[in-house]
Design a protein around this ligand. Structure first.
Ligand code: ADP
Ligand code: ADP
Length: 226
């Protein structure tokens, strides 16, 4: 079965077709880039895969309905959409994700949860920042913390929304090297405007496009580049 399969998926916001008749098949182990102009429906597509929006059409995760597979997917939101004013430190952000957003006092976390969260932070070279307040992180650090948070549920599929939009060039290549490493064990899907990443990192590409088609139809072209 495919890691992710969408068949004839459409989403409307009022009269607006955010996605129209989109079909896509993502092989397990892929490193897929989803590109397309602003407003093409990239974020909407991620929300469909996450089950945050119920579309028309069919969504399957490892061949099964989304409702049975939701814990297999980790999500990394755009840094700019993440509220960093909340007074919480890096380790707590990861632990809360692991516990499904439930806030607990630190001493109530189970030892194995803390150890797993710390090992994810270590993998992302963030362990030395575990006590840092999220408001005090650089853009690149916060991006890596959000990746750690997405990994906390130990997902088989990781979805990332514009993971390099808020970071400088050296953090960008660091983040893609990290994703490439994670891709050895996980299916990775990235929404991006980053054309350099398109040519050097992804093994397949899906283009959400509205400009090539008449009547405002959105269409998805999918190809394997390597
Ligand atoms: P992208 O991520 O490619 O920029 P989006 O999926 O965010 O595209 O949005 C697709 C289209 O749907 C855009 O025209 C956007 O303005 C619109 N849109 C997104 N979310 C909503 C919403 N909650 N209500 C109404 N329109 C929306
Ligand atoms: P992105 O570039 O990732 O699509 P946006 O800034 O367009 O981010 O959207 C941020 C949030 O606002 C998203 O949750 C999106 O669904 C929502 N949104 C976007 N466009 C509209 C719209 N026209 N009406 C209502 N909500 C919208």
């Amino acid at each position: 079965a495919y890691a992710v399969e969408l068949k004839n998926v459409s989403v409307k916001y009022g009269n607006l077709d955010a996605l129209k008749d989109v079909s896509i098949q993502v092989e397990e182990g892929s490193f897929l880039g989803i590109i397309g102009p602003n407003g093409a429906g990239k974020t909407t597509l991620l929300k469909v895969i996450l089950g945050l929006i119920k579309p028309e059409g069919e969504v399957k995760i490892f061949g099964r309905p989304l409702s049975q597979a939701i814990d297999k997917i980790g999500y990394v939101p755009q840094v700019s959409n993440f509220d960093r004013s909340f007074p919480i430190n890096v380790l707590d952000v990861v632990l809360m994700a692991k516990l499904g957003g439930k806030v607990r006092f630190f001493h109530q976390y189970r030892k194995e949860d803390i150890e797993q969260a710390e090992s994810v932070l270590d993998q992302l070279n963030l362990l030395h920042l575990k006590e840092r307040q999220i408001g005090k992180l650089s853009g690149g650090q916060l991006q890596r913390v959000l990746i750690a948070r997405g990994l906390a549920v130990e997902p088989e599929i990781l979805l990332l929304d514009e993971p390099t939009a808020s970071v400088d060039a050296s953090s960008t290549s660091q983040i893609y090297e990290l994703l490439k490493e994670l891709n050895k064990e996980k299916t990775i899907i990235v929404v991006t405007h980053d054309m350099a990443a398109v040519s050097s990192y992804f093994d397949s590409l899906a283009c959400l496009n509205e400009k090539l088609y008449h009547h405002g139809d959105k269409h998805l072209d999918q190809e394997t580049t390597k």
